[in-house]
Design a protein around this ligand. Structure first.
Ligand code: ATP
Length: 585
């Protein structure tokens, strides 16, 4: 129960509703039991009529009619309270589930990129959906059935003891055995259902990855192999489900057996007590059989509830594990900062934790507000890393990063990130309309602003060419757009955000050189008062920058303007010559 303590705050939040639920449950149980003494009374009337103690049939009829009316009445009231009980407990559990999901999601969002690298998306999704659902069974049904069991048992026992104390003792003897047997069964069910869940998780991850990578599967013609893998996984899942069903199948026979034993005890001992005169009337026997049946469900549910609590405990442990993760990147202060945009790296070195790859070694450069810096370098030389460090997606090991001459670690994280428009290498678009994908950069943007941004990113003409224009809905990851179109929508998103710092990570790689030039010309106008960093493999994207740095193996090997670098010779000049040649060819 240690892990479930995390949920106490939610119980506290909804304490009044839960208290009302408790009162309603007690009322429901009291009314539910009332029909038993009434049946007992009716039996006595009939018995008396048979024994000629009552001779007038009309008296019998009116007594029976009155009892029937009371039975219908109390049952209806009990049904109404039971309905209210479910409404209270289950509705509250839904609220708690919603709160917990929000808590987990918000926490996920605060966690750093390293966390996402260490954990698989499927696992993150499972914990926020499957595990939270398991926990809800504890918050709702388990609590509700515990309250019902407790109140039912107390109420039924009070009625039983009032009717015949000794017989009560004999009758309840098998019930702890029933509870224990069901508990054991529940543990077995729990173990097997955990395995079933694991298989389900594997199956889900496999299916999700197969659909996401369907283009690769088809182009390599590996559908048969994928099918075989799926069949193997699904056969495993079926076998585990069958194992589970086998154990579950014991549940009802066991209950029927133990109810039967209790009934035999009632008839045997009750019968003997009637014969010996310890019990006066037959109605006690009738009532006891009904009481026993009424007790069986609550007692059986102890086992079931125990298994629910165990499953919830296991799930909450998994949830707590992630909730306990501390964000590596934290906001140093609450007050916002004004960011102008000058950027300076002083002897910055950085090693990725997980791969131990040193991506940057002693990198130093400065870009003033309004200037454009281009970064050129071979693949894996550390270009993207520089951009990620400016947004504090990772924290550096050595050196200093200064924004407006202030250490990046001392700046309000939200202000810093809001001042940056980042276009990643791999443009990610949401499954939404093109308009909303652009608006993502500025939620309150007008249509005119959206069109303007799209024009500057040279994608407006493409968008209006679609039958639904800006309302075109993009598929998962925007697959209805070409690579170049995706990049440009992503650029429009950054432009509309109107940030002080614009970071473009090789985001013109999929557009032709003509469009590239058009976009660069537009950017030149927009970015006059901004700090811009363009990462590229193409000289054409870099040549107009105020400063260009060449990275090799995480180190700056050359820097200067286009002309200075051409004059100096080396990698830049060679690349220029090569790309010029390609263009001419
Ligand atoms: N998230 C990451 N986790 C671990 N290692 C990384 C990560 N990102 C990059 N690296 C490693 O750091 C080095 C620099 O990568 P980076 O992405 O900065 O290079 P790049 O110059 O942008 O390359 P490209 O031109 O191919 O995009 C590479 O060796 C890469 O394998």
């Amino acid at each position: 129960m240690k892990n479930l303590r995390h949920l106490n705050k939610y119980f506290f939040k909804y304490k009044w509703k839960l208290l009302i639920g408790l009162i309603i449950t007690i009322a429901a149980r009291i009314f539910a039991i009332y029909y038993i003494p009434l049946i007992g009374k009716s039996t006595v009337v009939i018995e008396k009529y048979i024994n000629n103690e009552i001779t007038d049939i009309e008296v019998v009829k009116s007594e029976l009619a009155f009892n029937i009316l009371l039975i219908v009445g109390t049952t209806l009231i009990s049904a109404f309270f039971t309905f209210l009980m479910r409404q209270t407990f289950i509705v509250v559990s839904r609220h708690m589930e919603y709160d917990l999901k929000n808590e987990v999601f918000q926490h996920y969002q605060e966690l750093s990129l390293n966390f996402y690298k260490k954990n698989r998306t499927g696992d993150l999704m499972n914990r926020i959906s499957e595990d939270v659902s398991k926990v809800r069974l504890y918050l709702g049904p388990a609590i509700m059935y515990s309250v019902t069991t407790f109140t039912s048992t107390v109420v039924v026992l009070i009625f039983m003891i009032q009717a015949a104390p000794m017989l009560t003792l004999y009758t309840v003897i098998p019930l702890p055995i029933l509870a224990y047997a069901i508990y054991k069964l529940s543990v077995a069910i729990h173990q097997r259902s955990t395995i079933v869940q694991q298989y389900l998780s594997k199956l889900n991850t496999f299916t999700q990855e197969s659909f996401s990578g369907i283009a690769v599967i088809k182009s390599y013609g590996i559908e048969p192999q994928t099918n075989t893998n799926f069949t193997n996984l699904s056969n495993g899942s079926r076998d585990k489900n069958i194992d589970l069903v086998k154990v579950q199948a014991f549940f009802f026979p066991l209950m029927v057996l133990l109810i039967g034993i209790s009934n035999i005890i009632v008839i045997y001992f009750g019968g003997r007590q009637i014969i010996s005169g310890q019990i006066e009337n037959i109605d006690v026997l009738v009532e006891f059989i009904l009481y026993v049946n009424m007790l069986t469900w609550p007692v059986a549910s102890i086992g079931w509830v125990t298994s629910l609590v165990q499953q919830a405990e296991a799930s909450q442990e998994r949830i707590n594990e992630f909730l306990g993760e501390k964000p590596e990147i934290t906001n140093p202060k609450a007050e916002p900062d004004t960011i102008n945009g000058s950027i300076e790296f002083r002897n910055v070195s950085f090693t990725y934790d997980d791969t131990n790859i040193t991506a940057l070694k002693n990198v130093s450069f400065k870009v003033q507000k309004g200037e454009t810096l281009a970064i050129i370098g071979k693949t894996g030389s550390g270009k993207s890393t520089i951009l990620e460090l400016i947004g504090r997606l990772y924290d550096i090991d050595n050196g200093e990063i200064l924004i407006d001459d202030r250490d990046i670690h001392n700046l309000n994280l939200e202000s810093l990130r809001k001042s940056i428009g980042y276009v990643p290498q791999d443009a990610f678009l949401f499954s939404d309309t093109i308009k909303n994908n652009i608006k993502f950069g500025k939620t309150e943007a007008t249509d005119e602003e959206i069109f303007e941004a799209a024009k500057n990113a040279s994608v407006h003409k493409n968008i209006v060419g679609f039958s639904k224009g800006y309302e075109t809905v993009l598929g998962e990851r925007g697959i209805t757009l070409s690579g170049g179109q995706k990049q440009r929508v992503s650029i429009a998103r950054a432009i509309i955000h109107d940030p002080e710092i614009l970071l473009f990570d090789d985001c013109l790689s999929a557009v032709d050189t003509e469009t590239e030039e058009e976009i660069l010309n537009n950017l030149f106008k927009i970015t006059k008062n901004k700090t811009t960093i363009i990462v590229s493999h193409r000289i054409s994207s870099a040549k107009n920058a105020d400063k260009i740095i060449i990275l090799e193996d995480g180190q700056i090997v050359q820097e200067g303007s286009h002309q200075q670098l051409l004059d100096a010779g080396g990698y830049y000049k060679e690349l220029y010559a090569k790309q010029l040649n390609e263009k001419e060819m």
